[in-house]
Ligand binder design. Structure first.
Ligand code: ADP
Ligand code: MG
Length: 592
């Protein structure tokens, strides 16, 4: 084939692939446009997690009638004129490709009116077809953009979207970000036309957080404020009593943008080190104001990573700000090993993975879905972020393992079932009460560990990731590829995933989080990762409490347990699930 220029629609389609990943990424682009337009009120409305429709209405500047023809043109922007502008970007978007890309893969409706215009104007585009332009409409000043039927013309991408609940949750999380970040602006979130959050302007981040997450935790939150040479840090952090099992409640903003940054994260965790244990995370909302010339936020279209000109100063400032806010010297009393407190309950299939987080609590309160779908949402979302804390089995040292022994029941007999929940077993010298759900779960977990195959499954759409510099990256990728991934390294900073082990297709996990976990760990610990996947899965598939079992079923379960569980009767989250009463103790009760 001779070299030829690609037609515009194809370029747009390709570009759309980069910018428009899912409803939440569209939401982000639209909201950023509203922010750039100086909006003080933004109302977001979602249907089916944004898959069937997503709209953003603002009271910003609106768009001049004369500019309307350019709005959907690629590289048309009102935000940059000279290359100097590139180095002091004060706006969120300036590439001029968001709207063009979104319109390419959806039905996009735009209504807008400037403060001076007599009347508003409307534009509708569906795929590459313009349905309507310059249609006069009456409209109050500002802009309304609605995106319907996302990916109607790219079925392969459509298939890649997750359930409505999960997509909603991604959008919801983004909404929380912008609500906290712009506490002084009004924000509304609607789901299926119902108002879920209506936030009026307040005077501080604290008040906004309280408005979102209600009053209950206020006494555990501390204000943080610090100014150093180039930096101004504001925020609110939780004391050592607010501990979470994932990073979900750590929100970091740099010049108002949510970011993930290893330096800030490290500074935070170091500062909390004496207060909370490894595997636990604090509640933190930090907003760093930095001279825009001292920070590069545009390393990635999603703008998640930042690069500071003076990382050391940032580290020190955050570290000391947190220590000061916590009040040095007051160290919470943490004992070394307390399974009952560190390990979350897993007594039903749905309670895993999201105990005690603000967001999740809120999510529970504000959704009326079946428990099953909640689990899925939590599972996707907290994905790898809870990985560390899920690996409780690994927290056991050999000494611990000795104490939490495998019950040496000897010859045994099933006595019966208590409240359809516990199996009562009589052993040689003792009586055992065994939690049937936990037992079934651990058996499932152990057998999955043995039998699950790691076959690569090709992704419909390869996933491209910008990453920060990682030592031994190529070696790590090789290791991952040996485990059923197909990852190519485009550069030191860019990788593409073509295939993932099929288990991640059946039990999806957020790839970004997974990568964060496996690539940034000192040693690539895939075993731990797989255990976590199996643990979540086992929890979902096992016999529940409240399930009546026949004697043969109980016998089967107990003998499977004794045979297949290698060394101790604790569930995969580390909670012992049997209770032993020695014969001597029983005898003592009866004065024998
Ligand atoms: P960019 O934001 O990178 O400039 P977009 O495709 O997102 O590119 O938007 C194109 C242009 O449309 C913007 O530069 C801006 O002039 C205008 N625009 C888009 N959304 C809004 C809005 N909500 N209010 C005012 N103007 C807008
Ligand atoms: Mg934009």
């Amino acid at each position: 084939m001779a070299i030829h220029k690609l037609p515009d629609y194809l370029i747009n389609r390709l570009k759309a692939g980069e910018i428009v990943e899912r409803p939440s990424s569209i939401l982000k682009e639209l909201v950023e446009n509203s922010l750039d337009a100086g909006a003080t009120r933004i109302e977001i409305s979602l249907h089916d997690g944004g898959k069937s429709s997503l709209s953003v209405q603002d009271n910003g500047s609106g768009i001049e009638l004369a500019d309307m023809d350019l709005v959907l043109e690629r590289y048309a922007t009102s935000k940059i004129e000279t290359d100097e502008d590139l180095y002091k970007i004060a706006s969120y978007g300036f590439r001029g490709e968001a709207l063009a890309s979104i319109a390419e893969v959806s039905k996009l409706t735009l209504l807008t009116k400037t403060a001076y215009a007599q009347i508003g104007t409307k534009l509708v585009k569906k795929g590459w077809e313009t349905v309507m332009t310059h249609q006069p409409v009456s409209f109050e000043h500002g802009t309304f953009v609605s995106v319907e039927d996302l990916f109607f013309n790219v079925p392969a991408r459509l298939k890649f979207l997750k359930s409505s609940q999960t997509e909603f949750f991604y959008c919801y999380n983004y909404f929380i970000d912008i609500a906290i970040q712009h506490y002084d602006k009004a924000r509304t979130l609607k789901k299926q036309d119902k108002v879920i959050l209506q936030l009026e302007p307040v005077d501080s981040v604290t008040e906004r957080i309280v408005a979102i997450f209600k009053q209950d935790r206020r006494k555990n939150l501390k204000n943080l404020k610090k100014t150093t040479g180039q930096l101004q840090i504001n925020g609110m952090i939780g004391d050592a009593n607010l501990r979470f099992r994932s990073r979900e409640n750590i929100r970091i903003y740099v010049n108002g943008r949510p970011v993930q940054d290893k330096i800030i994260m490290k500074a935070l965790m170091d500062a909390y080190r004496r207060q909370i244990k490894p595997g636990e995370y604090p509640f933190v909302v930090l907003d760093l104001q930095v001279n825009p010339q001292m920070v590069d936020v545009n390393v990635h279209p999603a703008k998640l990573n930042v690069k500071f000109a003076n990382p050391q100063e940032v580290f020190e400032a955050v570290h000391s700000a947190v220590l000061e806010a916590l009040g040095q010297g007051r160290i919470a009393n943490i004992s070394s090993f307390r399974p009952s407190e560190t390990v979350e309950e897993c007594s039903t299939a749905t309670s895993t993975a999201h105990a005690g987080s603000f967001t999740q609590e809120f999510w529970h309160r504000h959704t009326e879905h079946s428990e099953e779908s909640l689990f899925t949402a939590g599972h996707f979302h907290s994905g790898g972020q809870t990985i560390n804390s899920m690996f409780s089995l690994h927290d056991f040292t050999d000494a611990d393992r000795k104490n939490l022994y495998h019950p040496e029941i000897g010859d045994y007999q099933i006595i019966g079932q208590l409240r359809n929940t516990y199996i009562i077993v009589q052993g040689q010298d003792a009586l055992y009460y065994i939690d049937q759900h936990a037992l079934a779960e651990r058996i499932a977990f152990e057998s999955m560990k043995k039998t699950e195959k790691l076959t690569p499954e090709t992704l419909l759409q390869p996933l491209k990731f910008e990453i920060s510099l990682i030592a031994d990256l190529s070696k790590k990728i090789e290791e991952l590829n040996a485990l059923g991934f197909e990852i190519a390294m485009l550069s030191e900073r860019t990788i593409v995933i073509y295939a993932v082990p099929s288990i991640f297709v059946t039990y999806p996990i957020d790839m970004q989080t997974l990568l964060n976990y496996v690539l940034y760990q000192q040693t690539l610990n895939f075993d731990l990762l797989m255990e976590w996947v199996y643990a979540s899965k086992a929890c979902k598939t096992s016999i529940k409490a409240g399930h009546k079992l026949s004697v043969p079923q109980m016998e089967q379960l107990v003998s499977d347990g004794l045979e297949k569980i290698p060394w101790l009767f604790v569930c995969q989250h580390g909670r012992p699930f049997f209770w032993k009463i020695e014969k001597t103790e029983i005898d003592k009760l009866f004065d024998r």
